[in-house]
Design a protein around this ligand. Structure first.
Ligand code: ADP
Ligand code: ADP
Ligand code: MG
Length: 666
């Protein structure tokens, strides 16, 4: 076994690999960019080497620098994690040439599966079922559109070299094909340096079911069952679970064997995932193979009682697989939720900022096989701590929340509770959305398909509700308690008491649903709060830091309140309510320049200008495209009007909130 490995990644996966290596007595070397000097993964390893500026192409994608770091520190092997260099065959080859073990499959297997088109050709030969489509060499518009016409709309365009949902375009009609192709190719060349595409029939209401495979250098190859990753937004996974609801033994074996056949067809070694797209009737087609450890591997670990990173290390060191197929069984049910810095209400737009407050549910980290008598397990794989920033340079994933229960219902209940206990302040996150999703009828009924989020949009994005009285009480008491702490003398003196008692004071909060006015009357034993029609007597029973216990009338109310400037974050019964406190002491001008300005929703790069100076446009017309956080964002005209000026050129980098063009509404 190795005595030292280098982890060529960052964030949660780097921390996760380090944890297993350390458990096995292997020393770890971290690499870090300038943006990550104080990152959690650096602290998690035994040694750390700087590898360059923040941009991934200048650091985490610099194979040469990383190999030099491994040689300089005496590491014998490199674990690439996922993303970055994990599926880069040149890097795998360079490792071997430098005498280092690449903890991943052989170069030939990465190559064969690296192109979705090439992979489909190989699978066709191995008799693995494929979605109808075209994955050949010809790339001219007319020809590809003919293929689409033949396959029948809707079709899906994919970058052959693609991954991470990038470049994918659904085309509904013949007329839209050329534009979609152009946009797919633009994103493909920008993301992968290769603009070849393939065309597939776009299945309606499919499920994404994938099989974890593992092979060693001695010719053994097993499958560790399936994961259902159907719950997606923008073709990217949001919730993953294992086993897949409704899976029969026969189909599990058929898919497992097809996946092993796929792995064997390319001489696979190590951890890999064969992704299938399945119809509701259970028929399935090969989609692609990911030649690395997958983000969602923990759900497989939880149900099989394995540590897949340990398996990777053993296989890379030439040892046999720890288990044979007949020794692998499924135990209980596991769910994973990807906690992202993003704003679900704004089309899941990534968000950046500092985690000014971060509280996670009580968790058991990296547990090995859960004992049958265990009620449940909560695991958090995370690469950040309170105070850390989510920067625009990398993937906006904050953490993975993984739970295990005896069955799906138990796992689901545990997940809902863990999400209720997950508190984030400082940037937009999808925690509240995930909780609604987990509790939604289609998800709890396991009525799964990749369109679930879109189809149940209205249920998943309910209109803002009036702020519940307990939340108002918590916010009010937090403010009063804060003042009391700040002016302890005044509070302690009878003068202050009498003065307050004489006054009814009004507090105002801004909420999603409108303003909330509370009239507070001080009494001997707490306060009287009058809010809308309700009048309640409120008493503070206990307060520990940000956690409050109140008596509101006869009810006991427990919650957490975090104040962030004028904004109060209140967590109560699993809900996170954000209130803007209109502090009468602060008379800051809140003039928000609205309308007319078309600003960058986040820092990014201009990739296309679709209008010219002095051009008249109609409402909704696309004006320019910017790329930020690995996605394209189209900026559209807010109304009919005139483009007076373009303020940036293609290729320019723009800051968050920067005005992009001068626009005059008609
Ligand atoms: P990536 O490399 O981005 O992971 P995939 O080919 O694995 O690309 O597809 C990602 C997702 O896109 C799938 O999980 C599924 O939701 C959707 N998808 C892919 N192919 C099809 C298809 N032919 N029909 C319908 N949905 C598809
Ligand atoms: P999966 O099917 O496992 O979600 P993806 O193809 O979406 O795999 O990519 C794997 C993961 O790698 C992504 O979720 C993302 O977190 C990470 N990743 C990919 N590219 C980058 C990158 N350039 N920077 C940071 N993280 C990346
Ligand atoms: Mg995929």
């Amino acid at each position: 076994m190795f005595s030292k490995i280098l982890i060529a990644n960052r964030g949660e996966i780097a921390c996760r690999v380090a944890a297993t290596a350390q458990r096995m007595g292997i020393r770890t070397v971290a690499v870090y960019s300038e943006a990550d000097a104080d990152a959690r993964h650096v602290a998690a390893c035994d040694e750390a080497v700087p590898i360059g500026p923040a941009a991934a192409r200048d650091s985490y994608l610099r194979g040469d620098t990383i190999i030099a770091a491994a040689l300089a520190t005496g590491a014998q092997a490199i674990h690439p994690g996922y993303g970055f260099l994990s599926e880069n065959e040149d890097f795998a080859r360079a490792c071997a040439e430098a005498g280092l073990v690449f903890i991943g499959p052989p170069v030939g297997a990465i190559h064969a599966m690296g192109s979705k088109s090439e992979a489909k050709r190989v699978m066709e030969e191995a008799d693995v079922p494929l979605v109808p489509g075209y994955h050949g060499e010809r790339q001219d518009v007319e020809f590809l559109r003919e293929q689409a016409d033949r396959i029948g709309y809707p079709v899906l365009l994919k970058a052959s070299a693609g991954g991470g949902g990038k470049g994918m375009r659904v085309v509904e009609r013949h007329e839209d094909f050329a534009d979609a192709l152009k946009s797919c190719k633009r994103e493909a060349i920008a993301s992968f340096g290769d603009d070849r595409v393939l065309v597939e029939k776009y299945l309606t209401r499919p499920r994404h079911i994938e099989i974890q495979v593992f092979a060693d250098t001695l010719g053994n190859c097993v499958y560790l069952f399936e994961r259902d990753c159907s719950v997606q937004r923008r073709h990217q996974k949001v919730l993953e679970e294992a086993p897949a609801p409704g899976m029969t033994q026969e189909r599990r074996r058929a898919m497992g064997e097809a996946a092993v056949a796929a792995a064997r067809a390319v001489g696979y070694v190590g951890a890999g995932t064969v992704e299938f797209i399945a119809n509701q009737d259970g028929s399935f087609y090969f989609m692609e193979m990911n030649t690395r450890l997958q983000v969602e591997h923990p759900v497989t670990e939880m149900i099989t009682g394995t540590d897949l990173v340990e398996w990777q290390l053993r296989v890379a060191a030439g040892q046999p697989l720890p288990k044979r197929q007949d020794e692998l069984t499924i135990h209980g049910h596991a769910l994973e939720a990807r906690i992202y810095a993003e704003n679900p209400e704004k089309g899941f737009l990534p968000s950046i900022g500092r985690l000014r407050h971060l509280r996670t549910p009580a968790a058991v980290h990296f547990t090995t096989p859960p004992a049958p008598e265990t009620g449940g397990i909560v695991r958090i794989d995370s690469g950040v701590r309170e105070g850390d920033a989510i920067s625009p340079f990398y993937d906006p994933m904050i953490a993975k929340l993984i739970v295990w229960g005896q069955d799906r219902a138990a796992a689901l209940a545990l997940m809902a509770q863990a999400l209720a206990d997950y508190q984030i302040v400082g940037l937009a996150s999808n925690v509240a959305f995930l909780r609604r999703l987990v509790l939604s009828r289609p998800f709890s009924d396991a009525d799964l398909d990749t369109g679930l989020i879109v189809r149940y949009h209205d249920d998943l994005f309910p209109p803002p509700r009036p702020v519940p009285l307990p939340v108002v009480a918590l916010a009010t008491v937090a403010i009063l308690a804060g003042e009391r702490r700040a002016e302890r003398d005044v509070w302690a003196s009878t003068r202050g008491w009498r003065m307050n008692a004489a006054l009814a004071r009004v507090l105002e909060f801004g909420a999603d649903d409108g303003d909330v006015r509370v009239t507070v009357t001080y009494g001997d034993d707490g306060w009287r709060l009058a809010c809308a029609e309700a009048i309640e007597h409120v008493r503070l029973s206990a307060c520990a830091g940000r956690d409050f216990t109140l008596r509101v009338g006869h009810a006991v109310v427990r919650g957490t309140v975090v104040r962030d400037g004028s904004v109060l974050h209140v967590w109560w019964q699993g809900e996170h309510v954000v209130l803007d406190y209109r502090d009468p002491m602060v008379h800051a001008g809140e003039a928000e320049a609205k309308g007319g300005r078309l600003t960058a929703p986040m820092p990014g790069k201009i990739v296309a200008l679709l209008v010219e100076r002095n051009q008249q446009v109609q409402k909704g017309a696309p004006l320019l495209i910017m790329e930020a956080m690995k996605m394209e964002h189209t900026i559209a005209a807010p109304s009919d009007g005139l483009v007076e000026d373009l303020l940036y050129a293609v290729g320019d980098q723009v800051a968050d909130g920067a005005q992009l063009l001068a626009f005059k509404a008609a």
